[in-house]
Design a protein around this ligand. Structure first.
Ligand SMILES: *[C@@H]1O[C@H](CO)[C@@H](O)[C@H](O)[C@H]1NC(C)=O
Ligand SMILES: *[C@@H]1O[C@H](CO)[C@@H](O)[C@H](O)[C@H]1NC(C)=O
Length: 684
């Protein structure tokens, strides 16, 4: 046998070498409630009480649908009744894309026998834009006009902190040609195309940028030509989620001065160009309940579908509202009273309303009890395996083989492949976790309430997790909000934050406890917190509001353990929030959560997230290579970075509770007041 050519050896050498230059690692983070989403798109007829039909596949997370009047991709001849063409957002492998499904759903034709219908239910799926083939980005709110898909995407970085990357694009499906319709420097959400396709209306943060609001974005509505984004003009001050009736009329929502979210109607003048002063707006839905995310009907102009929150319900439901008679009609409450229903849309003939909700939730259908415990997220960063975990404050053991996390409540340890899940203390109110790099099986955590004042009873404990009975050793005393422990690489010291001086500052103590040695690292009338010790021992990264104490604005800083060399790592902008830094295993980068990319969708169109602007980023310590790892409209936080490449594979687990147990936006909550029957809003 001839020996291989030397060049082959050379090539192999280079491949191995380039791998060695980029050590593989994993980042794990958390997203509030997200592991319990199981959204599918359903529809109900608007006229009589009819059967609810599930339009999407029951596998992915599918939402924000749009009924297309035709399918520009293919036009298969079929013996079935006319299929439903549904355009929608779908999350697969952790990132979103837009699909078009042709659903040959005999349910649209209820004249045949049910068993036959179910056997004939088929679906063909086409990916239109996004997904693992291209760059990672969020896609949202699609509409299809002829051959053009109009949608939101976050694939273009703004380069400016606290500005949203959400912009509206159109893609010609036959050519793949994509055009940005939103001007540079502006963020647009919730696009809606007029019935003729001529105009697109958007909720826009305008040139003023994002003020940090999440309960209501304070967007204005702009209209522009769908063709190329030209003739852009502001038509409504303060409004979002437009939906067109005809080419000069649309509905939108806003939070009214009386505190109720309500639907409004805007009529554009015949004479162009129009201005915000020439547009007539009028409130449509009454006070006394929240009505939002309207869907207009182009054939029944008096009827809109809306999502509502009523005083007697904790659930978001889809209702019809007749503008002329001023009456509501329940749609989804009778089908699934105890489930949230989101973002209605009308079929072109106005015979059906579509919406999304959790499959199998709140109805007598089978309860889904499996959660995504570790969800692999595709990432553009080579050598990094990215996961969302169904828990908070994860941290890797020194060898990367185990993950400790808290369940709020509870402290848990699991192998990083999802196996051998162990309840260390399922009932304790612990937050933050950190392993000792030099002592095997020792995890540190802080026990007590989160987001509490300096005097709150929170102390740090060392927990031996490998013993049969986990042992807890208290390391700090006095309970003055001692939290966020992180251990030096030699395992001898712990940096933590404490409120003992009257302000939350950083301290370093012996890993055996503060009685064996304690020094104050930072000192000032502000908050230093969420500290992380670098693998080379030379730096401590932390979050602080020292640039604007008490403002709620946090930036990332770094300091040497001897207290010198303080520097700011990143500040997303005035009033910005950047938190939870964690060093990479090679010590050259940090991962963190930040509002650097603003919000990516109107928060009211989603389940509740306290901080829906949080996305996961990495950057080099010198400030270069700022990289956005997550693109979504959820609250992503508490990332950690471990030394082992986790196999990019989802891990599901049974949780024994209904999958869709997450909150609706708490700012929609309505509570009884002290006078009994009269209802007022929370904080209203
Ligand atoms: C998800 O990722 C897996 C593995 O990378 C791949 O085989 C699969 O096609 C992806 N699914 C979608 C819908 O992109
Ligand atoms: C402080 O620590 C850093 C590295 O951790 C070192 O470079 C510096 O010389 C030290 N300064 C003093 C005053 O000890």
């Amino acid at each position: 046998m001839k020996s291989p050519h030397p060049i082959i050896f050379l090539i192999i050498f280079f491949i191995i070498d380039s791998n060695a230059a980029k050590p593989a690692s994993s980042i794990v983070f958390t997203t509030l409630g997200r592991s319990r989403y199981a959204f599918d798109i359903f529809s109900l007829p608007i006229t009589t009480t009819g059967t609810e039909i599930q339009l999407t596949d029951g596998n992915s997370v599918n939402f924000n649908g749009y009924f297309a009047s035709g399918n520009p991709i293919s036009n298969p001849t079929t013996v079935h009744t006319q299929p439903t063409h549904l355009v929608y957002v779908t999350e697969r492998n952790g990132s979103s894309s837009i699909y078009l499904d042709s659903v040959y759903d005999a349910g649209m034709d209820r004249t045949r026998k049910r068993s036959v219908l179910e056997a004939e239910l088929t679906r063909s799926q086409h990916r239109l834009v996004g997904g693992s083939s291209g760059r990672i980005s969020m896609k949202d709110r699609p509409s299809l006009v002829g051959d053009y898909l109009v949608y939101v995407s976050t694939h273009e970085e703004t380069g400016v902190g606290r500005t949203s990357w959400a912009a509206v694009y159109s893609t010609q499906l036959s050519t793949g040609l994509t055009r940005r319709l939103t001007p540079q420097g502006v963020a647009d959400f919730s696009p809606a195309v007029s019935p003729s396709g001529l105009w697109t209306a958007v909720a826009s943060s305008g040139e003023d940028g994002w003020g940090g609001e999440v309960e209501e974005l304070n967007t204005d509505i702009y209209v522009f030509l769908t063709r190329d984004g030209s003739s852009r003009v502001k038509v409504v001050e303060h409004g979002g989620w437009p939906s067109w009736v005809d080419d000069s009329t649309f509905f939108f929502h806003r939070k009214s001065d009386d505190g109720w979210w309500s639907v409004y109607k805007a009529v554009l003048p015949q004479k162009k160009p129009f201005t915000v002063n020439s547009v007539v707006t009028q409130r449509v839905t009454p006070a006394g309940l929240h009505s939002f995310t309207p869907a207009a009907s182009v054939t029944k102009k008096n009827i809109i579908a809306v999502a509502t929150r009523r005083a007697n319900s904790d659930y978001r439901h889809i209702e019809l509202y007749d503008i002329v008679s001023g009456t509501f009609k329940d749609l989804t409450r009778s089908v699934a009273p105890r489930a949230h229903h989101y973002n209605p849309f009308m079929s072109p003939d106005s015979s059906r309303v579509g919406y999304h909700k959790c499959r199998g939730s709140g109805s007598n259908k089978k309860m889904i009890t499996n959660d995504m415990f570790l969800e692999n997220i595709h990432t553009p960063k080579s050598g990094i395996s990215l996961f969302r975990i169904d828990g908070s404050f994860p941290s890797f053991s020194p060898d990367g083989n185990q993950i400790a996390y808290v369940g709020l409540p509870g402290l848990y340890v699991v192998n990083s492949d999802g196996s051998d899940h162990r309840e260390i203390a399922p009932d304790i109110t612990a937050f933050s976790t950190a392993w000792n790099p030099a002592r095997k099986g020792v995890v540190y955590t802080s026990i007590g309430p989160t987001f509490a004042s300096v005097a709150t009873d929170v102390d740090i404990y060392a927990v031996e997790v490998d013993t049969d009975e986990p042992t807890f050793t208290k390391l700090t005393f006095g309970g003055q909000n001692n939290a966020f422990p992180s251990v030096s690489p030699d395992g001898k010291y712990i940096v933590f934050r404490s409120g003992r001086s009257g302000h939350k500052n950083l301290y370093i103590m012996s890993a055996l406890g503060e009685k064996d040695g304690l020094t104050q690292l930072t000192n000032g009338p502000w908050t230093d917190t969420m500290c992380n010790w670098s693998p080379d021992g030379d730096h401590i990264a932390f979050a602080s509001d020292r640039h604007n104490p008490g403002s709620g604005s946090f930036a990332l800083y770094m300091v040497h353990p001897n207290g010198t060399g303080l520097q700011q790592l990143i500040h997303s902008g005035s009033l910005g929030r950047t938190n939870h830094p964690w060093f990479s295993p090679d010590g050259k980068s940090v991962v963190f959560t930040s509002d650097y990319a603003g919000v990516s969708a109107e928060p009211i169109s989603n389940p509740h997230h306290y901080q829906p602007y949080g996305d996961i980023f990495t950057m080099k310590l010198d400030g270069s290579e700022l990289t956005r790892l997550t693109h979504n409209s959820y609250e992503d936080g508490t990332p950690c970075w471990g030394p082992k490449f986790m196999k990019p594979k989802d891990v599901e687990w049974p949780v024994g509770k209904e999958k869709c147990s997450f909150d609706d936006c708490t700012f929609l909550d309505i509570k009884s007041n002290s006078h009994g029957d009269e209802k007022i809003q929370c904080g209203g």
